[in-house]
Write a protein that binds this ligand. Structure first.
Ligand code: NA7
Length: 531
């Protein structure tokens, strides 16, 4: 007989979402167990250890704000924190709030089933351990199910194949190696300059060229940190008024109502400053194609000025809408192609034919390499949930419900799946915002919801189908207003063959979304069935 361990709440995932959820629920006096697939905390920052991995949101903003002491005692060293520093921060959070004693590591959940008569969730791990609790919170992260595209022959390749999102903990030494990188998304753009420094040769296979803005990364000095700490409250409050949940200089001026010179001055200022705020220069950049073209052309000109070989520069110049796919923040990416041992192969029209025992075959030419890096991204937002066998009412599977695309009420709850919550699920602003405040907002909402239920003596909460449908319609209608809905990005699942095309994150902005969540909660969980 397998022993079933009972808890008040089961939480899956020990990234920032799972950790904060545990901390909050404990404060309610609840017995909580967190199950984590890895052998440490940190989620995204635990798995993505590829060279150059770095957050594209400034470190002083990409940090937790629920605890003043935590905020004051932690010192970020760089404008954009690198993965090891963020992982150290995650570990610091775990230690500071004594979280590890309720986190079970190396426990990958394989199934979660709702028992309708007992009103409990039963979770089973791959090792066969079983857990039961009235509530289950999935804090799986939005970019945590790696996308491994199928290439014929990959099994015959003689050397190692790595995925950026599953990087070996001991690191990889590329010294003296011939390396192929497949993909040119953010992970590739961050890692390529560093791999190129070590490798004997580097060949990059590019399906879609990408826009990157220089990070202008630098160390943070003591005065700056002291000033931020003094004014943290105001900074955080201001950030929460922004659609992205990030405080940055967003201008309420249209590019199309500005002169060419005004536009260039603004783009140049933002290019020099570096980072994602490049797109905040004009309010119409993500809504009007002609406005977007002006910013796109500015960046293409920069690429042409940075890359020596005009043919390579042409290949690197994206044709699509800037910001449609997530904008990348780079440190010397384009310049890397000026190095004599770095080669770019365009596979946009003719895809990679196969992987051979010796390398990669494209355009009928075999590039012989010792190591291949898949920088091919993630089955975003739904992948991690769908990889667990989640069964709700009447034994209905979540992946079957989501066959035609994700459907969720507020990205927090799913009709047919009572007492199950998702942290930053599809239909919430999540990846279009600063993830940490979005995580905190979700965790606090779920915590309050469970507390309110317990106070009122209710045992079950479930999103209503009508409310869910209305929310999904609203998410879709809002997405259509933005140019972001038109291209083949992971926001719409286009990077995963066969995935239904649905714009998954809510594009209506952080403040509007938070107001909706507050409204729902204050109206006794409007749109939910409570019993
Ligand atoms: P992304 O941004 O999804 O990038 C994945 C890259 O891999 C992208 O260039 C893809 O080309 C490419 N790809 C995927 N499948 C293939 C195949 N079959 N052949 C060739 N190339 C392929 O993932 P990242 O990990 O870089 O970044 C994810 C997010 O993490 C990022 O947006 C930041 O928010 C942080 P495609 O563009 O689909 O043509």
């Amino acid at each position: 007989m397998v022993e079933i361990k009972n808890f008040d709440v089961m939480v899956v995932g020990a990234g920032f979402g799972g950790m904060y959820m545990l901390h909050k629920l404990r404060q309610q006096g609840l017995k909580v167990r967190v199950l984590e697939a890895g052998d440490g905390v940190g989620g995204t920052w635990y798995w993505n250890r590829y060279p150059g991995a770095r957050c594209d949101v400034e470190s002083v903003q990409y940090s937790l704000q629920f605890d003043d002491d935590l905020e004051q005692e932690w010192n970020w060293s760089e404008r954009y924190a690198a993965q090891p520093e963020i992982l150290r921060y995650a570990n610091h959070v775990a230690d500071r709030f004594d979280l590890r004693r309720d986190i079970q590591f190396n426990a990958r959940v394989s199934s979660a089933k709702y028992n309708e008569s007992a009103k409990t969730w039963s979770l089973t791990t791959e090792e066969g351990e079983q857990f039961e609790a009235p509530f289950c919170v999935m804090a799986l992260g939005c970019l945590s199910a790696p996308n491994h595209p199928h290439f014929d022959g990959a099994e015959n390749f003689k050397g190692p194949i790595y995925h950026t999102g599953e990087w070996p903990h001991e690191g990889v030494n590329f010294e003296g190696k011939r390396v192929a990188v497949i993909g040119t998304g953010s992970s590739a753009i961050q890692s390529i300059p560093i791999i190129a420094k070590q490798a004997k040769s580097l060949t990059v296979f590019q399906r879609t060229a990408n826009y990157a803005i220089p990070a202008n990364n630098h160390n943070l000095d003591d005065d700056y940190i002291a000033e931020i700490k003094k004014t943290y409250k105001q900074l955080r409050a201001y950030a929460k008024t922004m659609p992205t949940g990030v405080a940055f200089d967003f201008r309420d001026i249209a590019a199309l109502e500005s002169t060419d010179e005004e536009r260039r001055t603004e783009y140049q200022k933002r290019w020099d400053r570096g980072g994602l705020s490049f797109l905040g220069g004009f309010k119409d950049l993500l809504f009007v194609k002609e406005a977007n073209d002006t910013a796109a052309e500015f960046v293409r000109e920069k690429i042409r000025s940075l890359v020596d070989d005009p043919k390579v520069a042409d290949m690197l110049c994206p044709e699509n809408i800037i910001g449609c796919k997530r904008l990348c923040v780079d440190i010397g990416y384009y310049q890397t192609y000026n190095l004599p041992h770095v080669k770019l192969i365009d596979v946009s029209k003719n895809p990679i034919q196969r992987i051979t025992s010796k390398g990669v075959l494209a355009h009928d030419i075999e590039t012989e390499v010792d190591t291949i890096v898949f920088a091919t991204g993630f089955d975003a937002m739904t992948g991690a949930l769908n990889r667990i066998n989640i069964e709700g009412r009447n034994g209905r599977q979540l992946r079957e419900k989501w066959h035609g695309g994700a459907r969720s009420y507020l990205g927090l709850a799913i009709a047919g799946f009572p007492n199950l919550f998702t942290v930053t699920g599809p239909g919430s602003p999540s990846v279009l915002t600063n993830m940490l405040p979005s995580i905190e907002q979700h965790v606090e909402w779920i915590d309050r919801c469970i507390s309110d239920l317990r106070k009122s003596g209710k045992t079950e909460i479930e999103a209503e189908v009508v409310a869910e449908n209305n929310w999904v319609d609203h998410v879709n209608e809002t997405a259509e207003l933005s140019l972001r809905s038109v291209c083949s990005s992971w926001y719409v699942g286009a990077n995963v063959p066969g995935k239904p095309r649905v714009f998954m994150p809510y594009i209506g902005g952080f403040p509007r979304y938070v107001a909706k969540c507050e409204d729902v909660a204050s109206k006794e969980y409007d749109g939910f069935q409570l019993s």
